[in-house]
Design a protein around this ligand. Structure first.
Ligand code: FMN
Length: 366
């Protein structure tokens, strides 16, 4: 194989592709283990995962922890390869989910939708002194990388094990202001900026900090550009993995991608407090028109959501969507989701990406 493995500390991922975590309920054990079995890194999404457990109605926080533990066990039962968990910093039980993942010995924890500053202090408070889990924050600017790395260096005398640089073409919540998305930066320019920022800590800690590029990586040629053109260590891809048989979402969620035209991929204002990208549907049109979807907030799952003002419950809308109830929810999607025209197996997708990558290498060597 003509592609360099992705090394995050002592974790080696044979194919340098991370399957982006997708909440709620889109990347669970089926997708994550299928991806890891193909040599890339499968990733569970911890967001709202408790809906899988019967305790969900009564005690959502506890249900989240038990469901995460059970999903981790199921991935482990299906693959011996490394895998990861994606935990949103904006979740009100971020720390507890992180501690659960670390205690279960998950290989990689990927943390976005906020700056993961309190990671090591949370572990220490929980009495955890050693861990095998590698930590990857998601950033969308050199500035965010600087804040996180400075904080960790100053307060913990260690630094994160790598970083995912997510650009404006990603799906789900975006780390950009709505105005910035009108004239979006190129993700590869952000990577260059992050590289400049991280050079200081690479020197200080005398080690390479792997950078993984996310957002709009579509084919093997894009992977080639990210790795061989910009010098990234790997890519994170999500939208392509939705259109696989193994993806844990309902068939109707996948069909929303297949049916979508370019103009159907829209920005939304999320109750998380960040813009998001999704496939337009009647639910979103009604929200946009000011229709408030009635709900009672049972447990304030997001630190950043003001449920008295939010026009709908995002946790509920995303859980409905994952189950195929798109009348009462919507599908998050990357900018390229309209390009999806069929569902394939994870193996077929991975084979295609690697073939395209090889072709890109051959073309460059002509
Ligand atoms: C349906 C969907 C749900 C997502 N949910 C999350 C999430 O819960 N947490 C997160 O950090 N990123 C989330 N993302 C972002 C992806 O992990 C990934 O970084 C991004 O979509 C990559 O861009 P691509 O979709 O163009 O490949 C989501 C993306 C999609 C498409």
């Amino acid at each position: 194989m003509n592609i360099k493995p992705l090394k995050i500390g002592d974790v080696t991922i044979d194919i340098p592709i991370i399957q982006g975590g997708m909440g709620v309920g889109i990347s669970l054990h089926r997708l994550a283990s299928a991806v890891s079995n193909e040599g890339a890194l499968g990733v569970l999404s911890a967001a709202g995962i408790g809906f899988l457990h019967p305790m969900w109605e009564k005690n959502p926080r506890k249900a989240n922890i038990i469901a995460l533990e059970e999903e981790i066990d199921k991935v482990r039962a299906n693959t011996e390869k490394p895998f990861g968990v994606n935990i949103m910093v904006a979740l009100s039980d971020f720390e507890n989910l992180l501690i659960t993942a670390v205690k279960k010995g998950v290989d990689v924890a990927i943390m976005g939708a906020g700056l993961p500053l309190q990671v090591i202090s949370a572990l220490r408070k929980a009495g955890i002194k050693e861990w095998k889990t590698k930590f990857l924050p998601i950033v969308s600017s050199g500035k965010a990388a600087r804040i996180i790395f400075s904080y960790w260096d100053k307060h913990y005398s260690i630094i994160p094990d790598g970083v995912v640089v997510e650009g404006p073409k990603a799906g789900g919540h975006l780390g950009f202001k709505r105005e910035e998305l009108e004239n979006p930066p190129d993700v590869f320019d952000i990577v260059r900026d992050v590289k400049r920022v991280l050079a200081r800590w690479e020197d200080k800690y005398a080690k390479h900090i792997p950078i993984i590029v996310a957002g709009g990586i579509w084919d093997g040629k894009d992977i080639y550009k990210a790795i061989n053109g910009v010098g990234a260590d790997g890519v994170q891809m999500a939208t392509r993995f939705v259109a696989t048989y193994e993806c844990d979402a309902d068939e109707r969620f996948k069909q929303a991608y297949i049916q979508a035209k370019p103009e159907d991929i829209v920005f939304i204002k999320s109750p998380v407090g960040l813009p998001g990208r999704a496939v337009k549907n009647k639910f979103l049109e009604e929200v946009e028109a000011g229709v408030r979807k009635p709900f009672t907030c049972r447990w304030k799952c997001l630190r950043t959501c003001d449920y008295r003002k939010a026009p709908y419950c995002i946790a509920e809308a995303l859980t409905n969507a994952a189950k195929g109830n798109l009348e009462n929810g919507f599908a998050f999607a990357g900018a390229n989701a309209w390009k999806v025209d069929k569902i394939v197996s994870v193996k077929e997708l991975m084979d295609t990406l690697l073939q395209e990558y090889q072709m890109a290498i051959s073309e460059m060597n002509i």
